[in-house]
Design a protein around this ligand. Structure first.
Ligand SMILES: [Zn+2]
Length: 274
């Protein structure tokens, strides 16, 4: 940053994010992009978070952020009102009143290069990754990643490594499989990865790291001889993307006068374990 560098507009930052994560790559059911804010407004501070909830909105406002970038969308389903009579409407009103724009990069950030699963793989030391479910239009992108650990670990030791590499959550890390089995080839799917389990088996992964695995899906997967499973909190699986994309945007916006910061909040909804 130099003294004569210019303050970016909301539109400049949206363009930078969409160069990384083209909105056309998002799933048809998804709602990504600018949710509120004026593309012509100046952005001096940006906060990046996984979730758009009251706590992250307050964090952005207390931080003086002009733009909040989140992974999860606020308005996934069409609405006919953004009055402050619903939780989502109240967040929109708070953001607009405080002059903070909101941008979401969801499934477009899942499939692109340097996306959510790349960040998860990097956090876990999984190298030489390729897409687990390649996109039809560009096989170098796609859902999930599969690659290798530098050296094999027992499933138990690998799960401990996952726990130590991700934010602590109330639910912790669940393991399905023989705890002593060696794992070397690792599939990762940030967020809910059930649908990609067959691809992980086809890619000959020894273990899959993902979240939101249900009882019958897990039973059927193991009965079919699928790889061991490490199930973490949805939030924890996507959190590595936050500091990762902060670094990417700092590089992409290096010519601009703007501060970019990662949220420090845990927004996993589970608060305890009895
Ligand atoms: Zn998610």
């Amino acid at each position: 940053m130099t003294s004569d560098s210019r303050v970016p507009s909301v539109g400049d930052v949206v363009a930078a994010v969409h160069r990384r994560y083209p909105p056309e790559a998002a799933a048809s059911w998804d709602a990504v992009g600018l949710v509120c804010g004026d593309p012509r407004a100046e952005v001096r501070r940006i906060l990046v978070a996984v979730d758009i909830v009251a706590a992250t909105v307050e964090e952005a406002i207390c931080d003086g952020a002009d733009l909040l970038v989140t992974h999860h969308p606020l308005l996934l389903h069409p609405v006919s009102s953004v009055a402050a009579t619903t939780p989502a409407g109240a967040l929109i009103q708070r953001l607009v009143r405080c002059g903070c724009a909101l941008l979401s990069a969801h499934t477009n950030a899942d499939v692109a290069h340097d996306g959510v699963s790349d960040a998860l793989a990097a956090a876990l030391g999984v190298v030489g990754t390729v897409p687990l479910v390649p996109s039809a239009t560009d096989p170098t992108t796609g859902l999930g990643r599969v690659g290798d650990l530098a050296m094999p670990l027992s499933l138990r030791a690998f799960a401990d490594h996952v726990r130590d590499s991700l934010p602590a959550t109330a639910g912790g890390v669940r393991i399905a499989g023989d705890l002593e089995t060696p794992v070397h080839r690792v599939a990762v799917i940030g967020g809910s990865g059930s649908d990609a389990l067959p691809a992980a088996a086809a890619a000959r992964a020894d273990v899959v790291v993902t979240s939101d695995l249900k009882h019958h899906v897990t039973l059927d997967h193991l009965a079919g001889g699928g790889p061991a499973l490490v199930d973490v909190a949805h939030f924890a699986s996507e959190w590595p993307w936050v500091p990762y994309v902060v670094d990417l945007l700092r590089a992409d916006l290096a010519g601009f006068d703007v501060e970019i910061r990662a949220s420090t909040l845990t927004t996993d909804p589970w608060t305890g374990r009895a």
